[in-house]
Ligand binder design. Structure first.
Ligand code: SF4
Length: 235
């Protein structure tokens, strides 16, 4: 994973970085680009959501309500929609849960989690990419090997462009920005959950080297597909 030589924790430096992101988002809008964001409503999502609220509260913030999310996450998204005045839009899977069983009658997350993620996370977002020019999402290079390979701007399918403004931020910067702006934390974090996705595929904090190791624990899987499948291969 990408390493940094300098830890940037100074509040002014953080604000300068945040201002640059706000400026870039404003520039996209000034150019007439249609912008949307996606969010998983974790504590680490707070700085980017705050910056979006500073730019334009009408920017749609989509999240995939897979049907397997913690109820606390849904409530947290609603709370943030009100407190930051954001335009939050849930996406629903097209395929009903009854059709998401394997031949033994088990949910796909037990036997084919990649396909489960495709049906519940990736497929619902595909039509959204057709409508917009810029997809803003908060992935960070220090979260996984896959994310460490990404650039700040990457092509997405359907002529959409991914913008990753938080790529070079780390968990300490997230923490200090959140504290500086008095932004809330996900309610499950106090119970030891530091990376929170769907309930069946999330465990409590297990590895202080990488919080994302608490996702799909015990499986050979680190990504849901939003940041692998929905990246356009360079031609
Ligand atoms: S995280 Fe788990 S439950 Fe959620 S869509 Fe992926 S495999 Fe299914």
């Amino acid at each position: 994973m990408r390493c940094r030589d300098v830890q940037i924790l100074d509040a002014n430096e953080l604000e300068t970085r945040a201002d640059a992101i706000v400026e870039r988002l404003n520039a996209y809008l000034d150019e007439g680009k249609k912008v949307f964001a996606t969010c998983s409503f974790q504590t680490q999502s707070m700085p980017l959501l705050h910056m979006i609220s500073r730019v334009d509260r009408d920017i749609p913030v989509y999240y995939t309500n897979t049907g397997f999310l913690f109820p606390e996450t849904i409530r947290f998204s609603e709370q943030l929609g009100q407190s930051l005045g954001l335009n939050i839009i849930p996406l629903r899977p097209e395929v009903t849960k009854i059709r998401q069983m394997d031949h033994q009658g088990r949910f796909l997350y037990t036997s084919d989690p990649d396909h489960c993620c495709y049906l519940n996370k990736v497929q619902p977002l595909e039509p959204v990419l057709i409508e917009y020019d810029i997809w803003v999402n908060g992935i960070r290079a220090d979260q996984s090997e896959v994310r460490a390979q990404m650039s700040e701007e990457e092509a997405a399918p359907n002529n959409c462009m991914r913008y990753h403004p938080m790529l070079e931020w780390d968990s300490r910067m997230i923490h200090y920005y959140r504290k500086n702006h008095d932004l809330p934390e996900h309610p499950l974090e106090a119970q030891g959950y530091l990376s929170i996705g769907c309930e069946p595929c999330t465990t409590k904090f297990l590895d202080d080297a990488n919080e994302r190791n608490s996702r799909w624990f015990g499986m050979n899987k680190t990504e849901c597909g939003l940041h692998t499948t929905l990246v356009e291969e360079a031609s």
